[in-house]
Ligand binder design. Structure first.
Ligand code: ROI
Length: 160
């Protein structure tokens, strides 16, 4: 399967988060017209958002896919639902987040979908696993991803 190289961010901090992320990775491996090329290590990260919530487990996966961006988004949201994502509060705890981070070098600016993911450059729990699996990766603007990670640093995150 060739197609476009897409990167998916995974995050969970409820209901056995490690198992949630592993289950989501298994589901990504089953997506139609797609191949899961590599998944990062799992990372434990301090919660960004309201205090008092559990630590997160984060990872990033590389997918080669022929699915169009919105079809891929539909598939990711269906999996979030299948894993009974609960979203009680803005930036509060969740069983599973699947974020489409990058879709080749494409920029997408739709109400439902912005790519590159607008928050990714501010989140070392996204950039550290991404640099692990794609150290030479550049954003659509040509900037190297590892340089964005260097700006943020690697505080508050631990590779499992
Ligand atoms: N914090 C961490 N550490 N990891 C996440 O995946 C994550 N996801 C979120 C918010 C609530 C912003 N905080 C997070 O959606």
């Amino acid at each position: 399967m060739s197609g476009v190289c897409a990167y998916i961010g995974l995050g969970s901090n409820l209901d056995t988060p490690i198992a949630q992320v592993e289950r989501a990775l298994a589901a990504l491996a089953m997506l139609p017209e797609s191949r899961l090329v590599v998944a990062s290590s799992l990372y434990r990260s301090d919660p960004l958002g309201p205090a008092g919530q559990p630590d997160y487990i984060n990872a990033v996966a590389e997918l080669h896919t022929r699915l169009a961006p919105l079809d891929l988004l539909d598939a990711l949201q269906a999996q979030e639902l299948a894993q009974r994502r609960v979203r009680l509060e803005h930036w509060g705890p969740r069983t599973l987040d699947l974020d489409l981070l990058l879709y080749g070098a494409m920029r997408i600016d739709l109400p439902r979908l912005q790519v590159p993911h607008p928050q990714m450059l501010r989140r070392n729990f996204v950039l550290l696993p991404l640099v692990e699996i794609a150290p030479g990766l550049q954003l659509p603007d040509g900037s190297p991803i590892h340089r964005h990670l260097a700006v943020l640093g690697e505080g508050g995150i631990q590779r499992l």
